[in-house]
Design a protein around this ligand. Sequence first.
Ligand SMILES: [Mg+2]
Length: 376
Amino acid sequence: MKIERIDVLPVRLPLKAVVTLARGVSRTIEEGKQIAMVKITGDDGTVGWGEAGPSRRWSAETTHSVYTTIKHYLAPALIGRDPFDMAGLHAAMNTEMAPGLDPGQPVAKAAIDVAVHDLICRHLGISLQSWLGGKRGDGVELSRLVSASGPDDAAEITRAALAEGYRAFKVKVGHDPSIDVDVVRAVMATAPGCVVWPDANQGYSLDQALLMARAYEDLGVTVFEQPIPMTDVTGMRRLMHATRLTIVLDEAAMGIPYLVELMRRDAVEGIAIKVNKVGGLYYARQMCDLARSTGMTLIGSGLMDAPIGFAASVQLFAAYGIDFPVDLNGPQHIAEDYLAKPYPMDGMRALVPDGPGLGIEIDEDKVAAFALDLKL
Ligand SMILES: [Mg+2]
């Protein structure tokens, strides 16, 4: 099989809620969830789907950048190639778009990578999880992302989420250190016995993070996600050794070379994997293997993924048996999507779908109805 055609389709899915990161809302209700969908067609007629849905206040890619990068640089380099040569495809993409501290526009590359995985698995008639070669789980438990203006708001969000069936909560902190501990405390008091952990998205200085870690320890928190800027290697090491909390790196764990450097400098003990931030499943699985074989804590999350990114993540995390609740919060925020039938859930457990590839069916009429004019 050869890659015959690559279509890039910008769409906008309506949102029902926003997330506030340390730098501000990740995307507004008016912006919606914007993605560049990628449809790859093989010369035998098999089709695979991927998508790029960047979060511009999380990392430096936008809907416009992923669209132009895929259309003008990545796709032309891949037409005519063997989709089973995953290493060769990534090398070709890295020739066009050079890696640096991160894998070089990883969200754009991940869209191609996921579409190619879907394509080859559909061609073989196997699930992505089978291709990944791990059946440690048949699904993953979702956590509820709590993005609150204060403790009362946090308690109210948590109560509503408990009623929906959530039993794990990731709390966005880092934008107002004066209220963060009270916000986390309110979530824990409202949801006793549940998993609760803060994510600062690089929002604290080292001195703040050292103080906050002590306060979170006193609350009984065990995991603290990306407290300080990803470039502060010395700070990450100092923080890691100053607290009983497991420091999980997310923004700092964008790619293998930087992760290996953090390991050399004894500055990492846990990582959060996102399929899109690392450049796709090809790299994500290598990072999962690295974490598993070195005893690092391994957790999973995403970038408010629409169903394609969501399905790819669930299949990867289930393959690796990630049992810490995962922050795949697309369903919590996206009001409508392009699926022909709803994603399979068991309460708040997202299941690995039956069927080849990603195991989901795309309704192309819906894709057309959600089409976005990027006004390029
Ligand atoms: Mg994070």
